[in-house]
Each structure stands twice: as C-alpha cells, then as structure tokens.
Design a protein around this ligand. Structure first.
Ligand code: SF4
Length: 386
C-alpha cells in the first residue's frame, strides 16, 4: 500500500456552498491551508518519520476544497512544492479532488505539467434534479465532460458519489449507477449524505424539508452500487466517511457509522452466503471458502451475519475454510468438501456469479485467526468530498 501524505486545503478555491458540505468538518481539518514552504516541511516530516519499507510508493494528496478552482498561480505554488521530492524520487504521485465544472483544458494542462496522476471528481449524483436541489451549481453533463477530458489526458479518474441527497430516490440512484458505468472511471467512492451542523442541509432538516436516509437504507443503496460497480470491474475504494472527532461533533442526523464500509461488505457476504447455501441439499454440510482476512466481514459486525444465518436455519449447513489464494471479498463453495451426512454429496457447484465469485481449484486451508482488514475500503486516492 502506498504511503499517502495528506495536504489539506479545506474549502479553498471553492466558490460554492453545496447544501451538504462543510469541508472543514468532513476533512477533519479546521486549520488554514498550508503555504508552499509548509507543504515541503510536511512532506519532509512524513518521509523522515516513516520506515523505509513504507516509502516504496509515496503519494501526496490534496484533500478537501476544489483544487482546480484555485487561481492558477496558487495551484502552481502547491504543486511546485512537491516538485523537489518528485525529482529525488521520494514522492511518486500526486492526486487531488475537484468539482466537475472546474475542469477544462487549461487547468488540465497545468496538472499534466506537474504530473498529477489522479483526479477525483465530486460527482455526487448523475441526476440533474438531485444536483440542482443540492445546490451543486452544475449538471450531470458537466460530470461527463470533465470525466472525458481527464481520461483523454490519461489521468486516473475517480468519482465520488453521495447517497440520499435531496430529491434522490432509488430510481435516480439507478440512473446514477448506469451513468457512472458508462463513464468508466478507474474507481469510485461512496458516501452517505449526512446532515452536518451549519450546513444548508441542516437548515432544511430543521425545517422538516429534508429527511436523511436511515442507516439501513443507506446500506442497501451502497450494497446496490457496490454490486453494480463490481460486476463492471469498477473498483469501489471507500464507502463511508473517515471517522473523526470533528465529524462526530458536527453530526446532526443521517446514516453515519464508523464502519459503514465494513457493514456493506458484510451484507454482500451474507447475501452471497445465502445464495450459495440455497443450493446445498438439506442435511448436507458444505465447505465455504473465503480469504483469511475476510473472516470478520463474513461474521458481520457483532456476528450479525452468523445470527441471521442461525435464524434462517443455515448455520449448521456449512463449515468455513480459508484459502490464502482466495481473492478478498469473494466466497465460493468447495464441492470437494461438501459432505452429506451419509457421505454421498459431491455436487460440483462452483459458483462464479457476481462480485463474490472466485477462481477454481484453490487449495483450501483452515486458519483460526479472525482479522479485520479495511484495505477493501481504502485506496491510495483517499480525497474528501468536493
Ligand atoms: S462539496 Fe465541494 S464544491 Fe461543494 S461546497 Fe464543498 S468543496 Fe465546494
């Protein structure tokens, strides 16, 4: 995993105030943005205190705000501060986030000159009415235009999506999913819309004009998007906001959970487990194979998945195996281990459907350690919403 050095530019350059936004709180950063010299000092400090093996790949990420809304001279200053480290080979990549309507050829030329490798666009939704009601100040066409311009420059493209904005329903979510799939970003981030103190959404909420998603619905929508994007080979690199003290203090309402991404993954795992076990004859016990590091999402938070499987009468229908070769977040039935009580069952039911599918003929090992791993939700390009 890359070492990511975060540089915060909260709300800098952004002339907008989207209804949901309070970048200071979202990024967990309330201090003013750094000068070029301070950026150099920050990078140096990170490099100095990090072990050499963690420095194999180092990326500088400009978090918060809308980078390309800044005056060009300020963008130059920020990017130039990274330059000496690029030249020394101490920093390998730069990435940043911005608004779709703040991308054009001139700004991209600057990013290309400074070898910016990843741009994340705060798309939030691809439904024009949701964008309008959220005060975004641009439409879905602006997202498509910016995405194409970025891709034309061979810059890695990320899209950030927000669930449950004003006016969004499942139909518009489906439309957003289909549009994103057509745009073919390199990766996606998914955040539930939260009501933060002093935001426009908080005013609407207090007036009774906005109702956030429940946690259950936000999870269901995130599961839907994750499945769609997985099926299309579009990576979902994070789901849910990074917990921070500032965020917790500012939260007024909404589907916040510090382990939102893990909850989504656990739901997906439960769905796939049920689907696989549905094919196991009554009275038989199957071997389910997962990656060793997925044991915690298999169980679910506080073993919620196991409780659900018990309720469904499925808990005694399988034994769990781990396989070092099993891809993360995948699950498969190991037919060679599916043993009926009479010792007869040998159905060859490799299940290869959907995002939890896996390769065949993997060696099945047993392990005992349960590990919680967030790498499924993390990505070198972790930039806050814009
Ligand atoms: S979400 Fe992005 S574009 Fe909107 S106000 Fe915040 S920083 Fe600006």
């Amino acid at each position: 995993m890359a070492l990511v050095i975060p540089i915060f530019i909260p709300h800098q350059g952004c002339p907008h105030r989207c209804l949901f936004c309070d970048q200071h709180r979202i990024s967990g950063q309330t201090a003013p943005a750094a000068s070029g010299q301070e950026i150099e000092a920050t990078i140096l400090a990170w490099l100095t205190r990090t072990r050499p093996e963690r420095r194999a790949r180092v990326e500088v990420a400009f978090y918060g705000g809308s980078f390309t809304c800044l005056p060009l001279a300020r963008q130059e200053e920020l990017l130039a501060a990274v330059h000496p480290f690029r030249q020394q080979g101490a920093v390998h990549a730069i990435r940043l986030s911005t608004r779709p309507d703040a991308i054009d050829d001139e700004r991209l030329d600057l990013l290309v000159r400074h070898r910016v490798s990843t741009v994340e666009l705060g798309a939030q939704s691809c439904d024009d009415s949701v964008l309008r009601l959220s005060g975004r100040g641009h439409d879905a066409a602006a997202i498509a235009t910016a995405a194409r311009l970025i891709q034309k420059q061979k810059i890695c493209l990320g899209l950030q999506l927000m669930l449950g904005l004003p006016g969004e329903n499942f139909r518009s979510l489906r439309h957003t999913a289909a549009t994103v799939i057509r745009l073919r970003p390199d990766f996606v981030r998914i955040y539930p819309a939260l009501v933060l103190r002093d935001s426009g959404l908080a005013r609407l909420y207090r007036r009774g004009d906005y109702r956030p998603l429940s946690l259950g619905r936000a999870l269901a929508w995130a599961v839907y998007l994750k499945k769609r994007f997985d099926c299309e080979g579009i990576g979902v690199v994070r789901m849910g906001l990074q917990p921070s003290v500032e965020l917790a203090q500012a939260l007024v309402a909404g589907p916040y959970h510090p382990a939102f991404g893990e909850l989504v993954m656990a739901r997906l795992m439960l769905t796939q487990t049920r689907r696989l076990l549905a094919g196991v004859p009554v009275g038989c016990r199957a071997a389910l194979v997962i990656a060793a590091r997925d044991q915690s999402i298999f169980r679910g938070l506080k073993s919620a998945n196991l409780h659900r499987l018990r309720q469904l009468g499925l808990l005694d229908r399988f034994v769990l195996r781990t396989d070092p070769g099993q891809p993360r977040q995948t699950l498969r039935l190991a037919p060679e281990n599916a043993i009926g009580r009479d010792g007869q069952w040998r159905h060859a039911q490799e299940n290869q459907c959907g995002p939890l599918s896996a390769g065949r003929n993997a060696l099945v090992n047993s392990t005992s350690s349960a590990a919680t791993d967030n790498s499924a939700n993390s990505h070198p390009c972790s930039v806050s919403t814009t």
